[in-house]
Design a binder for this molecule. Structure first.
Ligand code: ATP
Length: 137
């Protein structure tokens, strides 16, 4: 079964959107196989976003991700990576349609509430970075 890594970023947690986001994944039919609330280290977040290290917004992104607890999850189901990103909406909430999570709850790319793996390969890498094998059901 395909798996994806989904994170509710600090703004999503602070705004009380955890249950609403989980509900959308559950009602679509994905299965929750791992979940925890974490405050990752600077090094962990730099590894998660290693591909973006050269970007001008990189340090701001790391500070944003360190600004509060994150809810980290693994969801499983058919086409979970692409389907999960469809539920989240576009990276930039301004391009996200109403009905998607970002389209309904956010306005700016620097505070876009959630993360979802962009491919099966990156999902497996991210799942291994965020969870131990014994934390996944
Ligand atoms: P995520 O990895 O969070 O799901 P993504 O894969 O859709 O996002 P990326 O291009 O990998 O998009 O960007 C990762 C994150 O970096 C974005 O979700 C957003 O929080 C932040 N980000 C991207 N572009 C910008 C920008 N121009 N200004 C500020 N933050 C940005």
């Amino acid at each position: 079964m395909e798996r994806t890594f989904i994170a509710i970023k600090p703004d999503g947690v602070a705004r009380g959107l955890v249950a609403k986001i989980i509900k959308r994944f559950e009602q679509r039919g994905y299965k929750l196989v791992a979940l925890k609330m974490v405050k990752p280290s600077d090094a962990h977040l730099r590894e998660h976003y290693a591909d973006l290290a050269g970007k001008g917004f990189f340090n701001g992104l790391i500070e944003y991700m360190k600004s509060g607890p994150i809810v980290a999850m693994v969801w499983a189901g058919e086409n979970a990576c692409a389907g999960g990103r469809m539920l989240l909406g576009e990276t930039n909430p301004q391009s996200s349609l109403p009905g998607s999570i970002r389209g309904d709850y956010s306005l700016t790319i620097g505070r876009n509430i959630c993360h979802g793996s962009d491919s099966v390969e990156s999902a497996e890498k991210e799942i291994a970075l965020w969870f131990g094998k014994d934390e996944i059901c």
